[in-house]
Design a protein around this ligand. Sequence first.
Ligand code: PLP
Length: 505
Amino acid sequence: MAQVTGQDRGPAQPAAPTGDDPNAVAAPFDPDIVARLADEYLRDGSAGVPAATPPASAPPSGPGFYFLTEAPFAGGFPGFGVNEVRPEVVPRLDAGPGQFDVMAVRRDFPILDERVHGRPLVWLDNAATTQKPRAVIDRLSSFYRHENSNIHRGAHTLAARSTDAYEAAREKVRRFVNASSAREIVFVRGATEAINLVAQSFGRRHVGKDDEIVITWLEHHSNIVPWQQLAAERGAKLRVAPIDDQGQVLLDEYERLLNPRTRLVSLAHVSNALGTVSPVREMVAMAHRHGARVLVDGAQAVSHLRVDVQDLDADFYAFSGHKVFGPTGVGVLFGKLDLLDSTPPWQGGGNMIADVTFERTVYQPAPARFEAGTASLADAVGLGAALDYLGRLGIENVARHEHELLAYATGALRSVSGLRLIGTAREKAGVLSFVLDGFRAEDVGAALDREGIAVRSGHHCAQPALRRFGLEAAVRASLALYNTRADIDALLAALKRLQGGSASG
Ligand code: PLP
């Protein structure tokens, strides 16, 4: 039976489903269980963090319903006021090549010329997906015009071209994350698939009964559910490191969770809901001291800051192409070579085999053993073009531009009365989540959309993180390299119009 334990800050884990249902997982969406957990939590606040999700029809809060009515650490993290906003850790700003001209950058993204409801598009939903530069769009088109073929198989010219393009993209990814070998780069569908791959292959092999998996309260659902599933299957425990009122992992609490039973730690490099940049290098080192392997979910990191998997000493690092200006349908799992080579494949099929008889199959070494079937070839090639593009701009230039914009946007939003920023970590990437007094998040999102401004409203696929702040939904504006102060000014003006009751419709 899977168990979820934490730092005594939430309701007990519901009993794992029993019976023969092969689809049953660790966290049944059962309103009765949810209500019981709520009662337990309200009664004694004991046991682990919530593992159940309220039913869609449930009210957003209230007695008898699982909800963090009072956030732990409500008194504030020592040294910080609860609502103090200090995104003050400046990213490493070594001069990148050339000057960063945001207006020139914007011209590289054709979609930014779109109009929405008659207004110029203001794209502030970058944490959900980023827009694509012409270099990527053209590369996809060129692949289909000149190179399209399946790879590694046909002995003909187009097969050679597409294989070269695909493997060149792998090398570009290797360079981008500074892996020591291209064999450490596995193409997958996205960060979600990368995490599931590790859970279902490495995890199944190395996590057993009563072993422990550690995550944090910041995680995207993609970095929660696969571990719940694994824990349920293996009889392991899921333990969750808490965060403070600014949305920062409490490192001493995190360290206290680590012990010789910890097999795996999986943590977000940058939180998609709060923007927190976690000190992953330090957290990886702590986990390694206890003999645990670490997966870093870099889905929100790679477009904002330089990632060096060797410097982080991450065992696995996952990200999605579409969040770093590349196509959807492709992502990356980096894994240390010895780990990949000693991990069984998770899917069987073509491309991943060296030899097949009816009696047995010999697998290819990594990375091919994890790439069963036909990969998203053009998308991988497009991702390579996106990384080239980012390399030309210089990630340090991008980080500096975004940091300045984040500071500007933070100040702008703080000027809106009744607006509460959620996630005020000292080190943040360009994510601004907020709630506005008197307005539901979805109504704010809809009002902004009517003005051509795209933000995300809802739970951002990180329900535990939002509930930590007593919320079921928030509005999220997220920045990327092509955003400008004018975008923030448009957001601010629209919010003020909404408050004044004069939102355009
Ligand atoms: N991890 C984080 C932190 C994310 O923000 C996301 C997507 O928003 C994911 C994982 C999942 O990415 P994908 O849906 O591209 O697989």
